[in-house]
Design a protein. Structure first.
Length: 381
């Protein structure tokens, strides 16, 4: 029986893994995994990008590897500011804090739509943006100006404007990092942070932007590798059924795809093997697992999912639920890179937007007060 269902399970579980790779060409092994349905897509980093022409060709290779099957995720982190993967003539936005400080919702929406138009021209169909974290801790080493503001109301307004611009432009948006990475003093790429505030504070400051994103129809969200003892004292959000399935799904009502953050980040990898992490994240309620570096890690994660699904009917049902969400959300976008991307990247519209941002930036603005934690911040013990 196992031999009969394993191939189908491998395809089912494989669609729940999106990975990265090294180099500016798609490795043969990754192409084969896409062709057999054992990967749900790919994410590109700066290490994969040389020129825009090369990037468009790489995106075409990724999408055509699946043949006539469902469109894979072709993902990138193109936030603006210091998290910018694509070089000029692609439009390079300033950090999102700049847009939050300018506080022109129309301008933020235009920025999201322009970036989506350019990403779609190259063949991307999902942008892991916007950051919906509130920059409430001045000692946070990883969020800072990636966040729109120190005030949750401003993050809500500008985050929703940006994600609507992205999705109006034909690219899926992904709000991150649920339920909030703004008040950590550790970098989850390296260590496992804790946000030690009580539940009332989390509901007042961290959660409102994600509620707003869900209400605005954001296609995807991404978890934070952060422990929130007031919500679940045992495990980080990525592994927490209470947070992923209870809070996000049942209470907030989010119906899109939930991505884990990269399972090879130190916050997870320092404590768990990738196979165990994959099963834990899927059990908690994640729909897609990001595994961004090591090729063998993706194989290990896939095998762990298949092994668990073969012998656990409830877990197999959870994987089928995730797969159904993936197919539904991927069906919302049809972007495939073309050889004629140049007219849609850079150019007059881009120059005008950047000029408008610079003019608005130069205008004097009244000082703003935001609810940074300051003395009320509770650092991780």
């Amino acid at each position: 029986m196992v031999n009969v269902i394993a191939p189908g399970l491998r395809r089912l579980c494989g669609q729940l893994i999106v990975g990265g790779f090294h180099g500016t060409q798609l490795p043969d092994s990754y192409r084969d995994a896409l062709a057999t349905g054992e990967r749900g897509g790919a994410i590109l980093f700066r290490r994969n990008i040389d020129t825009l022409a090369q990037t468009a060709a790489l995106c075409r290779t990724i999408t055509t590897a699946t043949g006539d099957a469902s469109m894979p995720f072709v993902a990138v982190d193109q936030e603006g500011g210091r998290v910018t993967r694509l070089p000029p003539p692609f439009t390079v936005l300033p950090a999102m804090r700049t847009l939050g400080d300018i506080d022109d919702i129309g301008l933020t929406t235009q920025a999201g739509k322009l970036i989506a138009n350019e990403l779609a021209a190259l063949g991307f169909n999902i942008n892991f943006a916007p950051v919906m974290d509130v920059d409430s801790n001045p000692h946070n080493p990883i969020i800072g100006d990636r966040a729109f503001a120190t005030d949750p109301r401003a993050v809500m307004r500008h985050g929703v404007a940006f994600l609507r611009g992205l999705q109006d432009g034909g690219v899926l948006a992904c709000a991150k990092h649920f339920p909030g990475h703004g008040d950590t003093h550790l970098d989850s790429h390296l260590q496992l942070p804790t946000v030690a505030h009580d539940e009332a504070r989390l509901r007042q400051l961290e959660l409102p932007p994600f509620r707003a994103a869900s209400g605005a129809g954001v296609a995807a969200m991404m978890t934070a590798h952060v422990v929130y003892p007031a919500l679940d004292a045992e495990v980080p959000a990525t592994f927490s059924h209470t947070i992923c399935s209870g809070l996000l799904r049942r209470e907030i009502g989010f119906e899109g795809v939930l991505f884990s953050d990269d399972l090879e980040m130190g916050a997870i990898a320092n404590h768990h093997g990738v196979g165990k992490a994959a099963v834990a994240a899927m059990t908690a309620g994640c729909d897609v697992l990001l595994i961004c570096k090591d090729m063998s890690s993706k194989t290990q994660a896939l095998q762990a999912l298949v092994d668990k699904a073969q012998h656990d009917g409830a877990f197999r049902a959870r994987c089928k639920q995730a797969h159904a969400r993936v197919l539904r959300v991927r069906s919302l976008t049809k972007n495939r890179a073309t050889t004629n991307w140049q007219p849609r990247v850079g150019g007059r519209v881009s120059q005008q937007l950047l000029a408008d941002i610079e003019r608005a930036r130069a205008r004097p603005t009244p000082p703003k007060s935001g609810p940074r934690s300051g003395g009320t911040h509770k650092p991780t013990p």
